[in-house]
Write a protein that binds this ligand. Structure first.
Ligand code: PLP
Length: 377
């Protein structure tokens, strides 16, 4: 097996993969309608439930061919009964995406907004639930990847259940990294994509959730042909296959990635991401960078640094310098503040971050940015 050039991706996914996962895609051609392939997907679906400690009787996973946004689309459009309302607890770009999905489907919804650097005010969340008895689905994002803000999902889920609603959570940027317990965390549906925490490739996304609720949704309005949760679940249960063509090679890679996940272990993997995250923050702190999210509210995977007030600062220049040397940094996703992100996803460790800072410091020096960096106020 020839080593493939190793790039350190500090963007929020797709993330750096191992060569064994890369090569797992190179397989003899196979028609995905063969029994052999359906057998592979059965084990994969079960593993995806085990990652969040779900009981296989109560919870299941449903696979889709698409990037992570397909999951948000699927849960929102499929799990809302007729005449009911969606409630989005929104403090960032990904929950805003869920609100946009509601708008595109014309679904009644409440968009309760909080600032992007603030955890939600739980009293306001409860007030909305109390005053809107027609809310059937509460949605939020676990780690707002645009900033790195952690949301208190267990508490939001408890409130959703208290008022008889189901709770769907976008866990795309925490799943298989920050430990999740679907039942204890009061989650009915969570979701992710193979290219994030699992450290595989784009093209495979999945929803993990409560079987009984999916079965109940059989009679809910069908709002999408391709992105309907019950349809896809039902097809899997009857045939073991995806309704339409699956991302064959990505599925092989994901199966290898799962082997590596279990070998590293939930605790070991989270400890490694934490090491990487701490190394990222130590480097930012030493260079004087300010961050958007205060330390105790960070989800432990994404650091969001504010551009310094230095006329020599150019994200593009610094990005290009790092990129040419195998390190990818990423712009922020906040409309009000100019930020860049460094993320602790992927098959990387502390030493990679140390190597990164050597290059990053060279980039700052080359651009003439003063360090420690300066801010006007
Ligand atoms: C990456 C990500 C997604 C999916 O984005 P795609 O571009 O569709 O892959 C969804 N939610 C969160 C929180 C994410 O981090």
């Amino acid at each position: 097996m020839e080593a493939i050039k190793r790039n350190i991706l500090l963007n929020p996914g797709p993330s750096t993969t191992t060569d064994t996962v890369k090569y797992a895609q190179v397989v003899p051609d196979i028609c995905p309608r063969e029994k052999e392939f359906a057998g592979l997907m059965k084990g994969l679906r079960e593993d995806l439930v085990r990652i969040v400690h779900g009981d296989l009787e109560k919870y299941t996973s449903v696979l889709f061919c698409g990037s992570g946004t397909i999951n948000i689309d699927v849960v929102i459009n499929s799990l809302l009964p007729k005449g009911k309302k969606v409630f989005v607890v929104n403090n960032g770009a990904y929950s805003t995406r869920a609100v946009e999905i509601c708008k595109y489907y014309g679904l009644p919804h409440i968009d309760l907004q909080f600032p992007v650097d603030q955890q939600p005010d739980m009293e306001k969340v409860e007030e909305i639930l109390k005053n809107n008895k027609d809310i059937a689905l509460v949605h939020t994002t676990h780690n707002e990847t645009g900033t790195g803000l952690l949301n208190p999902i267990r508490e939001i889920g408890a409130l959703a259940h208290k008022y008889g609603a189901i709770f769907t959570v976008d866990t795309t940027s925490t799943y298989a990294m920050r430990p999740i317990d679907i039942e204890k965390d009061n989650i009915d549906f969570c979701m992710a994509s193979a290219q994030k925490g699992l450290m595989a490739f784009t093209g495979l996304s999945f929803v993990v959730g409560n079987r009984a609720i999916i079965e109940k949704s059989k009679d809910y309005p069908k709002r999408s042909y391709y992105c309907n949760l019950f349809q896809q679940y039902d097809y899997f249960e009857r045939t073991g296959e995806m309704h339409f063509t699956p991302p064959v090679q990505t599925i092989y890679a994901t199966i290898q990635a799962l082997k590596e996940y279990w070998a590293e272990g939930e605790e070991g993997k989270w400890a490694r991401h934490t090491r990487v995250f701490n190394a990222i923050n130590k480097g930012l702190d030493e260079l004087g960078f300010r961050q958007v999210i205060k330390p105790e509210w960070r989800a432990g995977l994404v650091s969001s640094a504010i551009y310094p007030d230095d006329s020599n600062w150019s994200f593009e220049k610094i990005h290009d310098y790092c990129y040419e040397r195998g390190f990818t940094i990423y712009p922020g996703k906040i409309s009000t503040t100019n930020t860049f992100r460094l993320c602790a996803l992927g098959a990387i460790d502390e030493a990679d971050i140390e190597d990164f800072y050597v290059v990053f410091k060279e980039a700052l020096a080359m651009s003439g940015v003063k360090t420690p960096v300066v801010y006007k106020d």
